[in-house]
Structure formats: C-alpha cells, structure tokens
Design a protein. Sequence first.
Length: 527
Amino acid sequence: MQVFVDNPLLTLFFCIGVGVAFGMIRFGPVSFGPAGALFAGLALSAVNADVALDPVFSSIGLCVFCYMVGLAAGPSFVRAIRTSYQPLLVALTAILAMAAGGLALGRALGVDTAYVAGAYAGAGTATPALGAVQQQLAAGGDVPPEPAVGYAVAYPFAVLITILGCIYLMNVGRRRPTAEDSEHVPSLVVRTVEVTRPVSTTVAELQDRFGIVVSRITRDLHTVVAHADTEVLSGDLITVTVPDDRLAALVGELGELSAREPWHDRSQIDFRRVAVSNRAFVGKTLAQLDLDGRFDATVSRVRRGDVDLIATPDLVLQMGDRLRVTASRDTLPEITRHLGDSERAAGDINALGLGLGLTIGLLFGLLSLPLPNGGEFVFGTATGPLIIGVVLGALGRTGPIVWQLPTGVNNAFNQLFLLIFLAAVGTGSGANLVSALSSDLGLKLLAIALLYCLIHAVVNIVGLRSLLRYGTARALGGLTGSQLNPAPFAYSMDKVGDQRIAVLYAMMFPVIMLGKVIIAQLMVIYF
C-alpha cells in the first residue's frame, strides 16, 4: 500500500484500470460502467486512507467533464425545451419530488444533509451534481467526504431500479401496446423514381413538400446533378434520398419506382462521403457551404457519429461530419480538398477553442449568486464550465474561434476526465464509507437511496405512460434521459433498438443534468 501512497499517478491509473474492469462485469442486467473507478478508489482508500489523491485531480477531472457535457448538449438544449417540454416537465417533477422525499426522510432519520445531497447525486447518477455539492460545502476549505459516501451508496440502486423500470415498460408495451408502439420508425433510403405523370414542379418544391433530397436527374439517357430550380418533367428519372415512410406518397404523385438505377453508372456523375475537416466550415449551414453554386454538386445526407441526417439547407455542420456528395466525377477531388476530408484534422482537439472555453467556464465558476437566506450559490468548477459549455456549444463558433469539438474527441475527453474525477473522489472517501456502512448510518443511507430511486421511477413511468400516453420507445427514452445513466439507456437500446429512445434521451439529457446540479446545491444551501 505504501507504493500507492508514494505514487499518486500509479494510484490514479490503477483505480481507472481495475475500476473499468469491474464496471464491465454484468450482474444480471446491471453493470456499473465508469462508476467502477469510484468503487476501486473507495476500496483502495478503505485499506489505507493515505492513498487519497490531491484535490487537483478531482478538480481538473470535474471541470473538463462538465465542459464536455455542456458542449455536446448545447446544440440541442434550446430545441429540447421548445419541442420536448412535456416529458421534461415529467422529469423535472420527478427530480424535484426526489429531493423533497429524500430531505424529508433524511431529516426524520437525523442524517446530515451532506450525505442526503450526495445520495441525491448518486441516485440521479449526476456526477457534476456531486462535484457541485462538494464545492458548495468546501467554501474555500477542504472537500468533505460525506457527499461521496452518499453517492457511492445510492449509485447501484439507481442503475438497478431504473433497469427494472425499463423492464416494466417493455412488459406493459407488449401486454397493452399503444398506437405509437405499432408506428414504423423511418430510415433513409436511396431510390430512383420514374416520372410518368404530368407534373409542374421544381426540385426545390419537391424537396420542401416531402422533406427529401433530389441528388440527380436522368433525362434522355443523360444524368446531371439536380439543382433547386431544375424543373421536373415527365419521363425524367430522379434519384432521391428519402425517409422510407414518405416514399409511397412521392411515388404516388410522380409515377413509379424505376426498374433502372442510373446512379449505378458512375462514369460521369459520381458520389462519395467526404469528411468536414476544414475548420472554416464548422458552424456554417449547408446553404452557406454553397457546393451547388461553387462545384455544381449536391449533398443528400450527412453522417454524424452513428446517425444519418437528411441534408437540409439549414443543417449546421460540425467537425468530422461526413457528407454524401454527388458531383461530376472530375470535380469530386476538388470538393474533397475543399472540405478537407482528413481524419487527422477531423480528430484535432481544437486547443484554441478548448483552452479559451474552459478559461471562460472557470472564470464564470468564480462567481457566486447571493440568495435570500444570506447564503451564496457557488458556481464552481462544475456548474460554471457546464453552463458555459452549453452556451458555447449552442453558438458553435464565434468569428474564427470554433468552440465545438469533433464528436470522437468530445466522447474521449468526456470518458477520460470522468474516470479521473471518480477515481480521485473514491480515494478520498473509502474510510468514511466503511465507517458509515458499519453503523446505523449505512442503513439510513440505503433507505434514502431506495426512496430516491423509487420516486424517480414511479413518477416518470406514471407521467410518461399514463398521462402522456407515450409508447414503449419514447417512455424508455424519457425514463433513461431523466436518469442520465448510460447503462439503462444501453440496456433499452439493446432490447428494443428503436431510435426514438436515443432521440428523447439526447433531448432530455442537458436540461435534466443542469436541473440536478442546481437542485443538489440548493439542498445543502437551504437544508
């Protein structure tokens, strides 16, 4: 153990490595994922409390993790409030009811609010909330271990009970399916339609009416790239990228599906995926890219991460987006150079935007907000970078400064610095966890954690399924998005595989994360 005490870097990466290995072990449907690093640190410090890592490890891990969460959530934050307000209201009701129930039970059992707030963060698997509570309580002094103890006790219950809630929703969906359960989830397809009916329309009108992209037109055996003002005539073969649930309506209006696929002939008009790695285009819309005017080219879809998006003119580009470009075979190399198409550049960490963004976030974290009771709401290295990350992520870029990071870079930083934070917190709290679990405090914390998780699951299930009458997929997305933990989300996607789960999860995540951070801090300020 003295080797770990004398070598903090060894301690850090031991906790990460062993913790992740533990997090991969499945206990039935449950696995703990990144939280394994927390449990490894707790185990190590339970043997020898002197292995505690310097607080700078937890500070840097927390601030970068929160900033990454904010950046990723920024583009969808406003849209989530505008378009998904109903499930958001259910989730906000659930997390407020959690706080009220936990505080009431904690007061009845005589448990210190620091433990109660930490358990709230653990039951909500909201790591930034844990860091915010610690900093609120530290107030310039040492970071107290009590919130981390509450977090560690509640976290396993959060994963288990949320997965049980998902299983319940799946069973109810099978027994009493709603109309939404039988709805088809559209996917993008590429088809060629032969125009056999008299029509009077342009490519732009077709695209606006059906939400499609027309990439090329074959007329009199000659194929050209489609332009917005091109008139569609009887006898044309038009190649379209279309959600499959709109294909029948399109074909019904224009004619029939073609037995010929002229886009298979790539001798003149060709297509390829091109990655956006030229920083000048990040944060710009497809319309501003103007490939049509500059290169006589069209973009039919955009691959972002693991998702295909229809290439609408107002789609804002991110670093690493892969565009399906259709153009003259001779022009495609020039387009490729223009957009960049460099895996190395697309994976650049964007040190300028990252450094300046974190600087602004940490400066904002130095501020505090006076409260009516005479206390102060401390933004700190959790809430400050989280809020600034959301703002800068929504902006995308400011002049020459690009705030967004490539999706892969953001995911990598998110995971790494979360592990650093959890390992550091764990190494400072193991002895206190053993002490709590070996006394009646442990049973009290277990009761509070169980109450938190039950309130969250019940309020969400009743609200989503009974009040909003959501089908299985959207109810699962709402429940897991309100919980924030990736394990129940992954379990739901594995069992159901409906993209509506992922859509609602992603829409709810930023608002609920910020809500839990604020509520957890208010718990220790006012109670």
